[in-house]
Design a protein around this ligand. Structure first.
Ligand SMILES: NC(=O)c1ccc[n+]([C@@H]2O[C@H](COP(=O)([O-])OP(=O)(O)OC[C@H]3O[C@@H](n4cnc5c(N)ncnc54)[C@H](O)[C@@H]3O)[C@@H](O)[C@H]2O)c1
Length: 402
């Protein structure tokens, strides 16, 4: 291990730059020495924004071959996580991989086998576990205040149509579907709160109700077509859903798009998509507990809410309101905790996650966000995707058959 932890960032997009790049640069004990992105313009503009001069690579193979890295942060589109993680591990480098671990159980098993072979650390970017509101909820559950927990309900309302349907997340091919891309956060929280029972079966319903060409939210003039991107759209001043990327045109503008065709602001109504814009998934675990997860990307608010029910009471948490409420089963004495705001992305969760990773690879803390946990949340997401496509309940064991 170097005196300062030497990081390589793989995928210098939103998370790679604005979350991990910035957070590493803010620390005294770590530095970004290398960046890897298939789009050189985006990578160079990202480094300039961070005011750093790392070495640049177009492929992780070259980066891990030429650099002496302590760790890589993998923030590519989800589909590339598997290949990038395997290459880093094979080269003897520790890995912090943003969720999900991979887009299929098969991909997760490949990473797990490689990690076991090389003995290197893989930690998953399940940042919700590092959010103070959910840490309080976990503490309440762990202390037994609710008794044995048997039911969890969660809803993820995300005013995220703009960012989700305007780029790669809208393609099953790149993200494995939104049950994996987005739901894997919540499926992990369920397992974490329940102390890691095995998920047994999953059912889901999901589809597109709003984000299609029939729901464009403005009157169109004859001969004046909307799209294809927000910054090119003739209705951009009036569309209530425009996604403004103008302050990032150095990274997401025409020059960068010439290299890979990647647009970040495709019209979310006209873009072709293979994921849902809302849905409900239900999971049953081998300890008898059940959970339901609702996700919707067309809401006026962004909030994650959880209700956890145990034999002795229930607790509710809102990440946006930063409130946790505990209601004992046989008493009206409701206890409410207002959780102070924390600095940093996702309510302070992102810097806590990075700090934990550095402590894990320097031997200060054990890794509690393991590849096995990553695989089980991907498994639930994959089963939910299969369930909605094939209109049936999916047993998790199906996904593990060779
Ligand atoms: N934990 C969270 O809260 C959270 C939030 C958002 C996104 N994410 C995850 O972060 C990751 C990145 O998402 P994003 O929104 O920053 O994406 P992004 O599209 O903004 O950036 C991805 C970058 O990866 C580059 N890239 C593509 N293929 C590559 C490859 N094979 N090798 C190297 N670079 C490659 C692209 O050129 C792009 O610059 C995803 O896995 C996503 O699921 C996590």
């Amino acid at each position: 291990m170097n005196e300062k932890v030497k990081f390589g960032i793989v995928g210098v997009g939103s998370r790679g730059l604005h979350a991990f790049g910035r957070m590493i640069c803010d620390r005294q004990d770590a530095e970004v020495v290398a960046m890897c992105d298939t789009n050189r313009i985006r990578m160079e503009a990202g480094a300039a924004r961070l005011k750093i001069t790392p070495n640049f690579y177009g492929a992780i193979t070259d980066m891990v071959k030429h650099e002496k890295l302590d760790a890589v942060v993998i923030t590519t589109p989800d589909f590339y996580h598997e290949q990038c993680a395997v290459e880093a591990l094979e080269a003897g480098v520790n890995v912090l991989i943003d969720k999900p671990l991979a887009t299929s159980v098969k991909g997760c098993r490949h990473i797990i086998a490689t990690a076991e072979k090389t003995g290197k650390t893989v930690m998953i970017g399940f940042n919700l576990r590092h959010n103070a509101v959910l840490k309080k909820l976990k503490k309440i559950v762990s202390e037994g205040t609710l008794g044995k927990v048997f039911l969890i309900e969660n809803r993820e309302f995300y005013d995220g149509g703009r960012t989700y349907m305007s780029r790669w997340n809208r393609s099953y091919e790149f993200c494995g579907g939104l049950w994996i891309h987005k739901g894997s956060h919540d499926f992990d929280v369920f397992q974490w709160l329940l102390d890691f029972p095995k998920p047994v079966k999953v059912s889901s319903f999901a589809g597109i109700n709003v984000l299609d060409d029939k729901h464009i939210p403005f009157e169109q003039e004859p001969g004046k077509k909307p799209g294809p991107t927000c910054h090119e759209c003739p209705y951009r001043e009036t569309c209530p859903d425009r996604y403004d990327i103008t302050d990032e045109m150095d990274r997401w503008g025409d020059e960068a798009a010439k290299l890979d065709g990647y647009r970040k602001d495709l019209c979310m109504y006209l873009s072709d998509k293979t994921v849902h814009d809302n849905g409900i998934a239900m999971v049953e675990y081998d300890n008898g507990a059940r959970a339901s997860h609702m996700e919707c990307f067309i809401t006026p608010i962004s909030d994650r809410r959880y209700t956890v029910v145990g034999e002795l009471g229930q607790a509710e948490a809102s990440l946006t309101d930063r409130i946790v409420t505990v209601r004992p089963r046989w008493s009206k004495e409701v206890v409410t905790y207002q959780i102070p705001d924390e600095r940093g992305g996702h309510g302070g969760a992102d810097p806590n996650l990075l700090d934990t990773f550095i402590k894990v690879i320097t031997g200060v803390l054990p890794n509690t966000s393991t590849t096995l946990h990553g695989m089980m949340s991907t498994a639930v997401g994959q089963a939910a995707e299969l369930s909605r496509r094939e209109n049936r309940t999916v047993f998790i064991e199906e996904l593990f058959r060779d």
